[in-house]
Design a protein around this ligand. Sequence first.
Ligand code: HEM
Ligand code: HEM
Length: 167
Amino acid sequence: MNNITRYGALQRRLHWVVVVLVGSQYVLQAPMKAAMSSLQDDVQLTALDFLVTTLHTWGGAAIGAIMVYRLWLRWQNPVPVGNGRLHGLAGGVARGMHWGFYAVLMFMVASGTLHYYFDQHWVASWHERGEWLLLIMIAIHGLAAMLHHFWKKDDVLRQMWGSGPQH
Ligand code: HEM
Ligand code: HEM
């Protein structure tokens, strides 16, 4: 347990970059599905299909790379879960959720890559299951952050918010 009050500035920035990138993966969901069925049916890709597949695959790769880097940053820096005030079960659940995010996002990158680049179409249904699991996790995690901020009025959200130094 520690009393570090915030994640490092780079960790905070990268957290929100990943939120935006993951959000874009969901926004591109329908056109990505359409482009993929054109690809599988050997139909010529339109310029829009090409743009969507490029954004989705490179966006996914960027998420994977950033998550690996964030793992390293997390290992290098103290982890301020709940400002050191989330003990026992609450702290355990928060940490479990964080590790879950690392695992599910890497799973999404791996399953998407197998499907797209290695023609392993059976993994598509797992990519879709992962998509739902991730959505549920984001809802719980985002709601918990909001409850801390607006209901408990503690500093949990501020640990991950804003720029400036760590202390
Ligand atoms: C964290 C990263 C990723 C997220 C959150 C994500 C999310 C999604 C979502 C929401 C869909 C729509 C699925 C559906 O409703 O059927 C999708 C489809 C797809 N994704 Fe990803 N994806 C990620 C990474 C990747 C990567 C790295 C690749 C390939 C290199 C990839 C390849 C695909 C393909 C080929 C489809 C179409 C699947 C189909 O035809 O059913 N994804 N992804
Ligand atoms: C794609 C969506 C999201 C992902 C993948 C994600 C992932 C993570 C991860 C992995 C951590 C642990 C810190 C680290 O290892 O760097 C974290 C912490 C945190 N996230 Fe998110 N997050 C997402 C969305 C959100 C949203 C929408 C909010 C706020 C409404 C939020 C607020 C926070 C806060 C306050 C922390 C620090 C909490 C603590 O340490 O107990 N996150 N997030």
